[in-house]
Write a protein that binds this ligand. Structure first.
Ligand code: MN
Length: 264
């Protein structure tokens, strides 16, 4: 039976990155595109539970049909798996995002959330991003790598709850010298809030700040990308800090029940 591949993104259904991804993966099976009707970048793993989701058929720039959803990437994977694919997909892919998704910033990312949701369904999944914010003719190497890693995932699968996060340098394919298996680096944003004043004299705020330039530790995705290498990181939905369990186990957490009166 033909493979079914569900594709989403957070840059919107008409973004060039998702078109490049769809065209590249279509040789691997039947591709179903379900993506947000507008840019939803930095929406994280949000899900829409308290209002209806609308889905419309739209035509992509190459004439193929896709589903455009009023929801977030997580919603799109949910609806795609349960409805639009018509059967359980064999692979869920999110991207190709315009802009890197590295280290600690993964939790902000709608692109990564699409793959997270695929993994939550127990389906082999990956997120893929190019490491530039300048749109243009930059997707071809990432689209080719998506086909390569997608083939691997279809053959090998992944352990439950695990997906891959892929970042591809925005350079010609022949300039990518290495594919690195990495861990997530530290990406701590310095944090900047600009306070401005609206025409009514009220304050409003812009969150922002420059991209962090630290976190260049050996073996990390942040370092690999800073060196122009392609980065692949296995990510687990289990966010438990296993290394901290011993430390917190020494806290007197049980005292809450033993020593705190119920009226407190
Ligand atoms: Mn995005």
């Amino acid at each position: 039976m033909n493979r079914t591949i569900l594709i989403t993104n957070d840059d919107g259904v008409h973004a060039p990155g998702i078109l490049a991804l769809k065209q590249s993966l279509s040789v691997l099976g039947d591709v179903v595109v379900v993506a947000p009707d507008r840019s939803r970048s930095a929406c994280g793993h949000g899900i829409t539970l308290h209002k209806p989701l609308r889905v419309h058929k739209v035509r992509l720039a190459d004439g193929d049909t896709a589903y455009s959803s009023s929801g977030l990437p997580t919603d799109c994977v949910h609806i795609g798996v349960m409805q639009m694919c018509g059967r359980r997909p064999d692979l869920v892919v999110s991207g190709i995002n315009l802009g890197a998704n590295l280290g600690w910033e993964l939790t902000y990312s709608g692109t990564v959330a699409g793959a997270m949701e695929g993994a939550a369904f127990g389906i082999p999944s990956f997120a893929i991003s190019v490491t530039t914010y300048e749109d243009g003719d930059i997707y071809e190497p990432a689209a080719r790598f998506a086909r390569f890693i997608g083939t691997q995932l279809l053959e090998r699968g992944l352990p439950d709850g695990i997906f891959l996060n892929v970042n591809v340098p925005a350079v010609p394919a022949e300039d990518i010298r290495e594919v690195c298996l990495t861990r997530l680096g530290i990406r701590r944003y310095p944090g900047r809030v600009e306070t401005r004043t609206d025409p009514m004299g009220r304050s409003y705020y812009w969150l922002g700040g420059d991209l962090p330039t630290d976190g260049l530790e050996e073996g990390t995705d942040v370092l690999a990308i800073s060196q122009g290498k392609l980065s692949v990181t296995p990510v687990h939905l289990d966010l438990t800090a296993h290394a901290a369990l011993g430390e917190v186990a020494r806290w007197p957490l049980g005292d809450f029940l033993d020593k705190t009166p119920a009226s407190a």
